[in-house]
Design a protein around this ligand. Structure first.
Ligand SMILES: [Ca+2]
Ligand SMILES: [Ca+2]
Ligand SMILES: [Ca+2]
Ligand SMILES: [Ca+2]
Length: 295
């Protein structure tokens, strides 16, 4: 009799576990946050990585941009223009509970999370030109990582956590290069050296390479640079502008924004083939994808 009771107990336990898994199903689906102007100004939207279940997360007259998933997928940091001031905000992944993290009159933008979710790096021009800063995820304990007259922007925190990639623009606005720096502010390294505008770096899931946007004249395309040998190759190319790469969780596909079909849409490119898939289709600008997937 006792083993029958134990079996029933085990069956009940399995049922409860299955229920719990089902309740958490939202965090088992790979999702892409992005910015769209379809309601006038920029708002943050989210969709499944196959383009389905699209929904709007922010509303109102503020301009929202640069969404960045927290590593656990529960929150999204983003940039918001309010009262002509750009600050970093964070909200729950369903769009509720938005709160402000930076309180400086300067332009604060491009949040990116440390892999443990405890810190957020961002770009700010609070000392007169662009530099990379790091703060705790509640907005406290702000530290400046880069200095000097160059304009540093577009920080991207590596998945192993020790380095942050960014774009550095010197005197000429048409030229920028990809750099990385230790998350403690030490050991800056330059990765690209061309006479192009290289920006918007994005680490592969294994941190062995970075995708980035390369601007040349009025065109821009998505490139990949391997850290082992600085080998570069082009991932997505069109005669219009291709920007803002963001890796899928498996490292086999990259999301990006392009105006190749007229207005801006979100696309996926395969790293190994030539297949390009379009995820959005409307007359507004859809940009700045940030891809999150369960680990
Ligand atoms: Ca600000
Ligand atoms: Ca600077
Ligand atoms: Ca292009
Ligand atoms: Ca569009």
């Amino acid at each position: 009799m006792r083993w029958v009771v134990s079996l029933i107990g085990l069956a009940l336990l399995a049922l409860v576990c299955a229920q719990a898994t089902h309740v958490g199903a939202d965090n088992t689906v790979s999702k892409i946050a992005f910015v769209s102007t379809r309601t006038g100004d920029g708002d943050i939207y989210v969709m499944d990585a196959d383009g389905r279940n699209e929904r709007r997360l922010t509303e109102g007259p503020m301009i929202d941009r640069d969404p960045a998933w927290s590593p656990d997928g529960r929150e999204i940091a983003f940039g918001r223009t309010h009262n002509e001031n750009d600050d970093i905000f964070v909200m729950d992944a369903d769009g509720t509970n938005a709160r402000r993290l930076t309180e400086d009159p300067a332009r604060d933008s491009h949040p990116t999370w440390s892999p443990d979710g405890r810190r957020i790096a961002f770009a700010s021009n609070r000392t007169g030109n662009g530099d990379i800063y790091v703060m705790d995820a509640d907005g406290t304990d702000v530290i400046r990582l880069t200095e000097g007259p160059a304009t540093d922007s577009d920080p991207a925190w590596s998945h192993e956590g020790r380095r942050i990639a960014f774009a550095r623009q010197r005197d000429d606005v048409t030229k920028a290069d990809i750099f990385t720096i230790g998350a403690n502010g030490e050991d800056p390294r330059r990765l690209t050296f061309g006479s192009y505008r290289d920006y918007e770096p994005a680490w592969t899931p294994g941190d062995s390479a970075l995708a980035f946007t390369r601007g040349r004249g009025g065109d821009s395309d998505i490139f990949l640079i391997r850290l082992r040998n600085n080998d570069e190759r082009q991932l997505a190319d069109s005669r219009r502008r291709d920007r803002h790469p963001s890796w899928g969780p498996g490292g086999e596909r990259v999301a990006f924004a392009s105006n190749r079909d007229g207005d801006w849409e979100i696309y996926l490119a395969s790293v190994y083939g030539r297949g390009i898939v379009r995820l959005t289709e409307n007359r507004a600008d859809d940009k700045e994808p940030d891809w999150w997937g369960p680990h």
